[in-house]
Write a protein that binds this ligand. Sequence first.
Ligand code: TMP
Length: 236
Amino acid sequence: MSQLLYEGKAKKMYATDDPNVLRVEYKNDATAFNGKKKAVFPGKGKLNNAICTKVFHVLMKDGIPTHFIDKISETEQLVKAVSIIPIECVVRNVVAGSLAKRFNLEEGTSFGRTIIEFYYKSDALGDPMINDDHALALKIATEEDLAEIRRLALKVNGILQKLFDEAGILLVDFKIEFGKLKSDGKIVLADEISPDSCRLWDKKTHEKLDKDVFRRNIADLPETYEKLLGRLEAVK
Ligand code: TMP
């Protein structure tokens, strides 16, 4: 058995024979509110692996550098080894979630522009929001890193808005993470893009097709993710 390097809330990372390659296993666990709410959904790992693989294929076809190498089983991927930049980069097109709460705005409001937010990735601190100055002072990232993260985040947003639009879905917001390749230090999109890390609403009905169905007890999570996967698979 290969060595378990890291276990997160939704994934496990294992070493492979190649130090520049890791194996990711998607778990069936769902968590919300920094792990305070938890459940296990048989089939969730398989669905997120399939959805994330589809999304990363589309992004890579459009020139986004990522850690993704290949999907190797229903629940596993091979990825390039990176050191994660400890910034959760949230991209928002429509008001929802914590943004709605912070400014007392109605969910679904559109500013007509995209908002990028940075959070310091630290479970112990509850992922506090930071600005560029905090990131520089805390030596989390350099100015060049932050510029590249913003550039890639906006490009990812454009590609994903188009992909989801073709599936009849509004990309409300999402969270992405970046890492520096162990091999050459280049910044690439890492972690996952899945309904765990995005808000996705049906364009017409605003039905939720993401983890908010679990956070807010709205609907069955595997049924919701299955519906999303079906919609994405229909996009050529
Ligand atoms: P928020 O509105 O709760 O700040 O979430 C913004 C987006 O980021 C939403 O699509 C869910 C995603 N997200 C994560 O992927 N992980 C997290 O820990 C949090 C808080 C949000």
